[in-house]
Design a binder for this molecule. Structure first.
Ligand code: HEM
Length: 431
């Protein structure tokens, strides 16, 4: 596999429709049953993506339909962190925000959250098992013989891959997806669905252009994929940004001053709305962008295959049938583009001018690019735009251990980021 580390290569690789064949590592089964993410062939992917159309998950629809549900969860999060604060408890800050992301994903998928925030634990060990599975995913991704010859052997796959017999983790999630699909199908056979259409409902109603529905396996696959693709990835973004905010000198104070000023001017609701962050907290938005740039939650799993006749990428001719990819972590620290301080957390780089900000935005690869760009980008941004400013608005954070951002199998998570939430006192602390 060839890795192109410079931002200039990304457009050549990911925007060319002829280059939309994914490499075999996507089809290992390590990420559950076959889904849009694991569909290798470009045309097949296009049909499936069209059927699943991401319209209900665009920011406009989210604001109308789901934002008040995000608000309920933000309020619950604040209540629970207040309890930790009152007890002076040390918590893993990155795990707390990842649990929030897991609940958002289960809520978006099934209407009711798994209860990670309510119960203050990783329900059904969804996050823990996801992280354990990453090493295996990385291994099969790199060891071609193992994935092509060993995994397909009878019983071997069952041993290594998630199975519906598992009581926790991805296997449990697949089983839960089955249960939820069956329950909802029974319900809508009896009477028309009258709730807010969640992703499960969306999968049941999805139709290919010839009018055919998703297969039973595809329905289950997409419901569980969403939680896999969107829980710990967004959790990592939230955790990393919180670490940058609290450990980079001057940043927390400036972000809070911006929030306080907007608060005094009566521009913020409780909890803060997505649109309010976007419009009134430009420095905070820059912190979010800078955090996602420096700690991409998915660094490098995105190989494609060069088309018939080969292809020129970033000035190099690459023969047909070659696996090609890029590496978000490296690309987003390119010194030619970002300057000598590319490795530093400096949100101001996003505020220099609209032209500069657009230039940087165009080469961000954290959410992928082109026809396979992340489906849930707007959901992830909505979580970041709502939860993080609310935390800074209400709590001081005493960091006891910075912990680390770890990459395993091309996906990142945070560990051992320990500290205390300390309830903010004074006028603004009581909002
Ligand atoms: C910060 C959080 C997230 C990051 C960094 C992220 C990253 C990515 C990346 C890089 C891809 C492209 C993979 C490729 O080109 O092969 C992708 C695809 C995808 N993501 Fe996300 N994602 C995040 C959150 C979410 C959320 C919240 C959801 C669900 C609501 C989601 C659902 C998906 C799906 C379904 C795909 C496959 C799209 C397709 O193949 O057409 N992601 N994501």
């Amino acid at each position: 596999m060839l890795v192109f580390p410079r931002p200039s290569a990304a457009r050549d690789i990911y925007w060319d429709p002829k280059c939309n064949l994914k490499s075999g590592l996507y089809g290992t089964g390590a990420l559950g049953p076959p889904s849009i993410f694991a569909t290798l062939e470009g045309e097949q992917h296009k049909q499936l993506r069209k059927a699943l159309s991401n319209a209900p998950w665009t920011i406009g629809q989210l604001k109308n339909t789901w934002e008040h549900r995000f608000d309920e969860l933000v309020n619950l999060f604040v209540k629970k962190m207040r309890e930790h604060a009152a007890a002076g408890r040390v918590v893993c800050l990155s795990d707390k925000v990842a649990e929030f992301a897991a609940d958002i994903m289960s809520m978006i998928s099934f209407t009711n959250a798994f209860g990670c925030v309510k119960n203050q634990r990783d329900e059904k060990l969804i996050l823990t098992n996801w992280r354990i599975g990453l090493d295996f995913f990385g291994f099969v991704g790199r060891f071609r013989f193992f994935r092509e010859r060993i995994i397909p052997m009878p019983l071997v796959g069952k041993y290594f891959l998630p199975s519906v017999d598992n009581e926790v983790g991805m296997g449990w999630l697949m089983c839960e997806a089955d249960r939820q699909v069956a329950k909802r199908e029974k319900l809508i056979a009896e009477k028309e669905f009258d709730g807010s259409p969640d992703f499960l409902q969306h999968c049941l109603e999805a139709r290919y252009s010839d009018g055919s529905p998703l297969t039973p396996v595809q329905k289950r696959a997409h419901v569980s994929l969403l939680i896999q693709a969107g829980a710990d990835t967004t959790g990592t973004a939230l955790g990393s940004i919180l670490r940058f905010l609290t450990t980079t000198p001057g940043v927390f104070a400036r972000a809070r001053a911006e929030i306080d000023e907007a608060d005094r001017a009566g521009r913020l609701s409780t909890p803060i709305l997505y649109e309010e962050t976007r419009r009134h907290l430009p420095y905070f938005v820059a912190c979010i962008k800078e955090g996602v740039r420096l700690n991409p939650p998915a660094t490098n799993l995105f190989a494609r295959i060069t088309p018939k006749g080969g292809k020129v990428i970033d000035g190099h001719y690459i023969p047909e049938g070659t696996e090609i990819t890029t590496y978000a972590y490296v690309m987003q620290r390119d010194k030619e583009l970002y300057g000598e301080d590319a490795d530093e957390f400096r949100p101001e780089r996003w505020l220099e001018s609209d032209k500069r900000s657009n230039e940087l935005e165009a080469v961000q690869f954290s959410f992928g690019m082109g026809p396979r760009v992340c489906f849930g980008k707007d959901i992830a941004y909505m979580e970041m735009f709502k939860l993080l400013p609310e935390i800074v608005r209400r709590f001081d954070i005493e960091v006891l251990q910075k912990g680390e951002y770890v990459v395993a199998g091309g996906v990142a998570y945070n560990r051992k980021f320990l500290g205390r939430f300390v309830e903010r006192t004074g006028e603004k602390g009581s909002v």
